[in-house]
Design a protein around this ligand. Structure first.
Ligand code: SAM
Length: 221
């Protein structure tokens, strides 16, 4: 039987803390959430490698470092309500649940959303809710959010997501064509004023939906 707890501790020390993640709440969350429960059974031996892994429906569970970096960049507090667009396996949503008060995570592939919700429930993370559907327009019924993380890359920064940020909140979103994406941080300074920051190059699966890329695979914005 693999020692997942030891592998997880090593992952956080070597791949995350040593590479510059400083937020103690994020590090503690990554030390807690069992990533092996969110990867396909055949791949559990790779659960603590610093790499994305396939989870079905041509999608991936994100690389642990990028999950930690996005959550740290979002500057989340323990009282915050947050939104993730692109729940995938549910892993990042589970980590978010350890640093925030309430998490909503939207997934467009029903079979992934169902599996993610089952895993979240089995682990008893009752402040995390998986929602099925297109999240490219956010989740207006639950807005405003102190932070919104988008785990898939769209053609531009979805306007509706900016509008669902609380004042002082942060939106972390990959933008651009696959192979040429940058991670953007948008901060809502006042009701009408937003500030944008480029956090660097990233590689994400496409954000597909009404405010993302079209489903037919064409890539014109
Ligand atoms: N954070 C996830 C995890 O921890 O497993 C990884 C997410 S994976 C890189 C990106 C996910 O975004 C995929 O599961 C994909 O189906 C989903 N996605 C893409 N477009 C979406 C949309 N418009 N609404 C909701 N989910 C979307």
């Amino acid at each position: 039987m693999a020692d997942f707890a030891a592998a997880r501790a090593r992952m956080v020390d070597v791949q995350i803390a040593r590479r510059g993640i400083r937020d103690t709440a994020v590090l503690a969350a990554m030390r807690t959430v069992p990533r092996e429960r969110f990867v396909p059974e055949a791949l559990v031996e790779f659960a603590y490698e610093d790499t994305p892994l396939p989870i079905g429906a041509e999608q991936t569970i994100s690389q642990p470092f990028i999950v930690a970096a996005m959550i740290e960049a979002a500057e989340i507090g323990r009282q915050d309500r947050v939104l993730e667009v692109g729940a995938g396996s549910g892993y990042a949503a589970a980590v978010l649940g350890q640093v925030a008060n309430q998490v909503f995570a939207v997934e467009r592939h029903a079979q992934l959303g169902t599996a993610a919700a089952a895993q979240i429930e089995a682990l008893g993370y009752d402040n995390v809710q998986i929602v099925s559907g297109d999240g490219s327009g956010g989740l207006p019924a639950k807005a405003p959010f102190a932070a919104i993380l988008v785990s898939a890359g769209g053609p531009d920064i979805p306007h509706l997501l900016k509008q669902q940020l609380a004042v002082g909140g942060h939106l972390i979103v990959p933008v651009g064509e696959r192979g040429d994406q940058k991670l953007c941080k948008v901060t809502r300074i006042t009701q009408d004023r937003f500030e944008e920051q480029n956090l660097g190059a990233v590689t994400f699966v496409p954000l597909i939906g009404a405010h993302g890329w079209p489903e037919d695979g064409s890539r014109s914005a």
